[in-house]
Design a protein around this ligand. Structure first.
Ligand SMILES: Nc1ncnc2c1ncn2[C@@H]1O[C@H](COP(=O)(O)OP(=O)(O)OP(=O)(O)O)[C@@H](O)[C@H]1O
Ligand SMILES: [Mg+2]
Length: 502
């Protein structure tokens, strides 16, 4: 539990009876929230509850239909992005906004490039950005290209950019969503330091223990309305779940039936010249194996190689006994291997296509000649959409209009609805709420129960403990240890992943 240093009760932002609809359906109704300096204020709620919509209103990206915002004593009906920045509101949105082809330094300094006459002072751009990173204890090279960074590093760069710009309010929309324990802790430490310097922080996360640990004040939204607001000390995990979901949520490890001895996925001597060095792993049918490492690089690369997105330098991959061709996505798909990517925006979904279209893209049984028959497409996609409980205001909107967690559910429906023989899951519950997480975990249990070989890479130790049978630890590109999950504790798991000895 933490306490705020400042107890001053003057608000920095007062949100008063804000309502916002999309196409006639309400995303926020009569929402009032006060934000105070020197406090971490967590916003919680299920996927689609309206959290990011409120963030967008506060950052000036969206205008509310009614209600007011009071910032620094001025009452306004709406803000534009420039005004929001001017009054000191900095935002790291849920949909990250780095320019992938630019360097880290250019991204951090974008819009504020130092110039002499008509010339940009590139040396100063690099120095200032590197200093901004260093000040936050971040060891990323300012000259690196943003697109080459891991998702965790990209988040850090965005946070550094916003912190450098300063301001009275820092909004972080799910900054720790797919970060490993170390990176998430770095973000939390930073949040506390900024809070102690008097900044008001709006923090969004689906990790309840993280929120209870970090927040001074919590507001819970359900279906766009505030269902609970108060001090973090006045609630607990059970209370929060009830306020968010409306009922208790239970997620337990099932007793899995005895697994077959048949190997579903086999990796032998896999090398890529950088992140993997003669790496071996076997996943039996019906087994869930987690692969863990200190940074996510090896896992991400392993998944790229297995799915055929990248070629490997040496080694062999087999699915259900059939050897895969190197670097051939079609061969990997034909073998029944499915890859639920950790980067749903860049690699997983096509933003302009609807939920049903995205889901059906992966359905190999769909007769291509009849794909123009939209009624057929919807008839086949709808049961999957319902099974994965994809929630949206409109019936079947383009996926870019879905909340983050609901986009993740579309991604799972797309790949897991295809009768796979082996599945690669990279952060499968990235950004999904407690209730959907429990459902997704049981769906993965069920897949394994049906004899699918599941290889999991997750940044959450809790998720690994909940889902996996076995954990393989990779360091310096090699498999260095292996544990049965029922023989180690969560803390031991974290210690071994970060490089400590068990
Ligand atoms: N531009 C838009 N057009 C139509 N509907 C939208 C738009 N933006 C958001 N919505 C809808 O508004 C609702 C609230 O979405 P929002 O993104 O605020 O949810 P959230 O609480 O942030 O959820 P998550 O935890 O999944 O990120 C959702 O039903 C979403 O589909
Ligand atoms: Mg959101």
């Amino acid at each position: 539990m933490t306490t705020a240093v400042t107890t001053a009760m003057t608000t920095v932002i007062r949100v008063d009876r804000i309502t916002k609809s999309f196409g006639g359906a309400a995303a926020l109704t009569d929402v009032s929230v006060d934000f105070f300096p020197g406090e971490v204020h967590a916003l919680m709620g299920m996927n689609g509850a309206g959290k990011s919509t409120l963030v967008q209103i506060l950052s000036g990206a969206l205008n509310p239909d009614s209600g007011t915002l009071e910032v620094g004593g001025l009452v306004q009906n709406q803000l534009n992005p420039r005004q929001a920045r001017k009054v000191g509101i900095s935002t790291v949105p849920q949909r990250r906004e780095l320019v992938m082809s630019l360097t880290v330094a250019e991204n951090i300094m974008l819009g504020q490039l130092p110039t002499s006459g008509a010339m940009v002072r590139w040396h100063s751009v690099r120095e200032t950005a590197q200093e901004a990173l260093r000040a936050l204890g971040i060891t990323i090279d300012a000259d690196a290209i943003a697109g080459d960074l891991t998702v965790a590093e990209q988040t850090m760069v965005e946070v550094a950019r916003e912190v450098r710009r300063g301001g009275k309010v820092l909004i972080l929309d799910e900054p720790t969503a797919c970060l490993g324990p170390e990176a998430a802790q770095q973000i939390r430490d930073l949040v506390l330091r900024l809070r102690d310097s008097g900044v008001a922080i709006l923090f969004i996360s689906h990790h309840i223990s993280e929120v209870l640990h970090l927040a001074d004040r919590i507001t819970v939204l359900r279906d766009g309305r505030v269902t609970w607001a108060g001090l973090a000390t006045e609630t607990d995990e059970k209370g929060l779940v009830r306020d968010m979901v409306g009922r208790d949520v239970v997620s337990r490890r099932p007793v899995r039936p005895a697994r077959s001895n048949e190997v579903g996925l086999s990796v032998r001597g896999l090398c890529d010249g950088r992140f993997l060095d003669c790496f071996d792993i076997d996943v039996r049918r019906g087994e869930i194996v987690a692969v863990l490492g200190p940074a996510g690089d090896a896992q991400s690369r392993l998944f790229d190689l297995l799915s055929g997105r990248r070629r490997f330098d040496g080694g062999q991959v087999s699915v259900a006994g059939k050897k895969l061709k190197n670097g051939k996505i079609t061969d990997s798909l034909a073998s029944g291997l499915r890859c639920v990517t950790g980067d749903r925006r860049r690699l997983g979904l096509i933003p302009g296509l609807t939920i049903d279209e995205n889901v059906m893209l992966a359905q190999d049984r769909l007769d291509k000649r009849r794909i123009h028959r939209w009624s057929l497409l919807t008839r086949r996609a709808k049961p999957l959409r319902e099974r994965y409980r994809v929630v949206s205001l409109a019936e079947n909107p383009p996926v870019e209009q879905l909340s983050g967690g609901n986009q993740q559910k579309v991604l799972l429906a797309k790949w897991l609805g295809t009768a796979p023989s082996a599945v690669l899951l990279e952060d499968p519950t990235n950004g999904v709420d407690v209730s959907a997480m429990a459902e997704i975990h049981s769906l993965v249990d069920r897949l394994a129960g049906e004899g699918v070989a599941v290889l999991l890479a997750s940044s959450s130790a809790e998720e690994v403990m909940r889902l996996a049978d076995r954990v393989v630890v990779v360091r310096d590109g090699r498999r260095i240890a292996e544990y049965q999950v029922d023989r180690i504790t969560r803390d031991e798991l974290i210690a071994t992943t970060l490089g400590g000895a068990l």
